[in-house]
Design a protein around this ligand. Structure first.
Ligand code: PCA
Length: 214
């Protein structure tokens, strides 16, 4: 089973993005897991290019599952995302200097799209491994959300054409100030293994509380 996992370049003046090292660790760890083939891609933090690069990677890899990763520097937990929304509203310029404000990602497209990853099972599995984790109800309105939205739209398109719609979604990881790189890498491997197990078995996501009050 092929799983495509993407990360992002550094952005916002940070020297690193922990998703890059997590992808390298994942590629190194994957051969120990027979039956799972991992493809990794680092995406630019660039509204104009990131979603195109993501779409090209999905169409080329023909994966059974796609997990897009990003850094959420303000969070202390690994956060599988529930939904992407059809808006770009950048607080800071992207790496190409663009700062879209209140622009739809896909004019006329649906307001949002739900992840099809087993987000509750992933969260439970991470917690069982003593890795802080929680479902997130929003992936923000920056480049990660843009890539997540495109990912779900591409997967919907693949399914609508009678092909296989990969299980897909987005997971934000904390900054290495708040979680060390080895733990982040371990979390990413767990995300892949839990997702692969669910795809393989066809079982639905775990039914467990993961909501939040406003
Ligand atoms: N995090 C940013 C974009 C790239 C990344 O790693 C975000 O949350 O939108």
């Amino acid at each position: 089973m092929r799983v495509l996992v993407t990360g992002f370049e550094p952005f916002g003046g940070e020297a690193d993005n922990p998703t890059v090292a997590a992808l390298a660790a994942l590629a190194a760890a994957a051969p120990a897991h027979p039956g799972i083939a991992v493809t990794t891609r680092v995406l630019p933090v660039d509204f104009a290019r990131a979603s195109e690069a993501l779409e090209a990677a999905v169409r080329a890899a023909d994966p059974a599952a796609v997990i897009a990763l990003g850094l959420a520097a303000g969070r202390r937990e690994v956060t599988p995302e529930r939904a992407a929304i059809n808006i770009a509203d950048a607080r800071i310029a992207d790496n190409a200097g663009a700062q879209p404000i209140d622009e739809p990602l896909e004019p006329g497209g649906p307001a949002g799209a739900f992840a099809t990853l087993p987000i509750k099972a992933i969260t439970a599995d991470l917690r069982a491994a003593h890795i802080p984790a929680a479902v997130s109800q929003t992936a923000g309105t920056y480049v990660c959300n843009a890539v997540f939205y495109r990912l779900m739209r591409v997967c919907q398109d693949l399914g609508a054409r009678g092909g296989r719609a990969p299980a897909a979604g987005f997971v934000h990881v904390p900054h290495t100030r708040d979680m060390d790189q080895e733990r982040i890498a371990a979390a990413v491997l767990r995300c892949v293994l839990t997702t692969a197990a669910h795809v393989r078995s066809g079982r639905p996501d775990l039914r467990a509380a993961g909501g939040a009050e406003a």
